[in-house]
Design a protein around this ligand. Sequence first.
Ligand code: PEP
Ligand code: MN
Length: 369
Amino acid sequence: MKLELDIIPLADWFPGFQKPLLIAGPCSAESEEQMLDTGRQIAAFYPNSIFRAGIWKPRTRPNTFEGIGDIGLKWMKAVKEQTGLLTATEVANAEHVEKCLKAGVDILWIGARTTVNPFSVQDIADALKGVDIPIFVKNPINPDLQLWAGALERVNNAGIKKLAAIHRGFHSFDNSPFRNSPKWELAIELKTACPQLPMICDPSHISGKPELIPYIAQKAMDLDMDGLMIETHNDPSVALSDAKQQVKPFQLKEIIDDINIRSSTIDDPDFRDKLDELRAIIRKLDNDLLELLSKRMAISRQIGEYKRDNSVTILQVAHWKKLFEESLSTGNVLGLPEEFVKGMYQLIHDESIRRQTEVMNFKKNTPGK
Ligand code: PEP
Ligand code: MN
């Protein structure tokens, strides 16, 4: 994927940037007391963080708590004045943008339910023209990288150069321990397409429960992401939204204290040499793998021709099942996790079937050839 964004590096606009850039605060603004108490506790151990709180909440069903509304902006200001923290909130339309700008909110983010809609994103981008404020764009609910990139482009085209992406996971029907499947590969692809784009992970919305937050947060840091957005409430048990996933400020401190920040640059020449050596081995093995796969697919094609000439179906369920099970058990002996072997075999088998289908239908669809 190609993604060209004109971006000011995070370190050039965020005062005293250090990893992780922390964005913490409640899912929703609920009362002035809740905001101030939570903000003060966060500022006490991480004064360089950004205080978050949702003012307008996009909810799936009406007649649930849809955010406290405009009054929350006043409380936001009070948090800023009393704690010195920068403040951030979610905007879903141009009116939200205008109200936030008027109220002096420092950073705005576009939520997952808004990123999916290019009309809404464009409205927000238009409202941001001529404004110098950092904007964070959450990934869309569905795993569509183009939508995420498109929203970033729209905001960037409006002249916003203090831009970052927030990875908050994707809706999935799979059985998974996560509320939103992380699909790390999508965040990695975005980062690869645009390495200068700062990337923030939101472990709260990925995990949906406090227990998994440290694991997700560490993984995000190991993928060289820049920051973390973690929902933090002075008393999650009474939270009006996302009560199950919010942590108390002292838990947030523990999570941050336990994170191991590893360096993304390599200065030591001995370390570099060793790493280059291992990488060269991997490159060679990857080439071997590709050559083997190519050979395997050529045989699949031959099998397809043979099946076609003998009028036999492509899929022989019993044979495929046997092959699959044997491969799982060989993988097991070789120390490869079942999920990994399953996923890999699924891909190989799909491609094999695709090739055989091509061969099978060659004659039928191209008479005379
Ligand atoms: C939120 O941050 O509270 C929120 C609604 O997040 P998302 O847009 O990721 O669902
Ligand atoms: Mn939330």
